[in-house]
Design a protein. Structure first.
Ligand SMILES: NC(=O)c1ccc[n+]([C@@H]2O[C@H](COP(=O)([O-])OP(=O)(O)OC[C@H]3O[C@@H](n4cnc5c(N)ncnc54)[C@H](OP(=O)(O)O)[C@@H]3O)[C@@H](O)[C@H]2O)c1
Length: 324
């Protein structure tokens, strides 16, 4: 039986539960393709799966995106052939091979490398749907983006700017602030030392922002509600600092706020949705409308290091696990 290397967890916990193991290589069937991975994206959700913040059935191979070469195709597959270079969303991605539903694979345009494709996909789709579907950013909007130098933060900043918004980013240090500015933030607030709501009010003549994109969660949620203007929108899309505590919806009446908690998976559930948004994302990349400002690369066997960096707030931009 063919085997492969993978990062698996047998129990939830710290980075010590990430095991680099030999597992059987998956067999391709039906509408699936078997991809030999070259680059695998690391996302915050991988940390939630490892710690058990989001429960998964164990044992579990982490990871939700990758890029590589199609090795085998199932009997129902018509869109792909062995040798195609693809980027995809699937489960079990921290591995040499991943079984991918062909509905959620996309041929990588010729001028884009595996590493870039994997670095863009999940966070790019998240941010593109956040600025077009969760709240459609309008020209002239004031947009507050927490953790603006993070993987999602840098893409949200670029996309909001592209749509004509004034971006206010928050970061935890000056080096991250510089990067957020490079991505297009007009203003950056250090949310560990400055009063974000006061600063936002200074910038917006006391009105507040049209929309807040909050992937930090527990530590920033109250700030997000306070920084939004009357009739504004708060999009809470993640929990890097912990889950937002239970919340009384009557509080939204203070300013007639809209509050949403979107998940990417519910925007790209069907083949049509995944292909449409992925095509739009890769068009933006090819037109040089968005770029990767920072990508940190680790070996698959060093996934522990990648997790340690990401959860200790030491990273900017995207983390990738590379295989070749
Ligand atoms: N809803 C969805 O479908 C979806 C999809 C993708 C990602 N997300 C969410 O988007 C958020 C960002 O994900 P990402 O992968 O791009 O990560 P990231 O932003 O690159 O990293 C997280 C950043 O959050 C900030 N942060 C603040 N408090 C933190 C804490 N206590 N622990 C760790 N980080 C803290 C840090 O930036 P500073 O040092 O500047 O504070 C850190 O760099 C996550 O919450 C993730 O779950 C959601």
């Amino acid at each position: 039986m063919a085997t492969m290397k993978a990062i698996q967890i047998q129990r939830h916990g710290g980075t010590e539960v990430l095991e680099y193991v030999d597992l059987p290589r998956p067999e391709v069937t039906g509408n699936k393709i078997l991809v030999k991975n070259h680059a695998i994206g690391v996302n915050f959700i991988d940390i939630y799966h490892r710690t058990g913040l989001y429960k998964v059935s164990l044992p579990f191979i982490l990871g939700h995106e990758g890029a590589g070469v199609v090795e085998f195709i199932g009997e129902g597959v018509t869109d792909f052939a062995p040798g195609d270079q693809v980027v995809y969303m699937a489960s079990d991605c921290y591995a040499e091979y991943t079984l991918v539903p062909s509905s959620h694979a996309f041929k990588i345009p010729a001028n884009i490398k595996f590493k870039e494709a994997a670095a863009f996909l999940l966070q790019g789709l998240t941010c593109w749907t956040l600025v077009t579907q969760s709240y459609a950013v309008q020209k002239g909007d004031y947009v507050l983006i927490h953790a603006a130098a993070g993987g999602c933060g840098l893409l949200l900043t670029q996309l909001s700017k592209l749509l004509g918004a004034h971006v206010i980013g928050t970061t935890s240090n000056a080096q991250k602030a510089e990067l957020a500015k490079k991505a297009g933030a007009e203003y950056v607030i250090n949310y560990t030392t400055e009063n974000v709501v006061e600063k936002v009010n200074e910038i917006t003549n006391g009105l507040g922002v049209h929309v807040v994109y909050d992937g930090v969660g527990k530590d920033t949620f109250e700030v997000s509600l306070a920084a939004a203007r009357r009739l504004g929108t708060v999009i809470s899309f993640g929990n890097a600092s912990g889950l937002v505590p239970p919340f009384t919806i009557a509080r939204l009446a203070d300013k007639n706020l809209r509050l949403m908690r979107p998940s990417l998976m519910n925007y790209v559930t069907t083949k049509e949705e995944f292909q449409k948004y992925t095509k739009e994302l890769f068009d933006l990349i090819q037109e040089n409308k968005i770029s990767l400002l920072n990508v940190q690369v680790h070996k698959l066997s060093d996934a522990k290091k990648a997790h340690e960096y990401l959860e200790s707030r030491k990273t900017t931009g995207k983390l990738i696990l590379e295989l070749v």
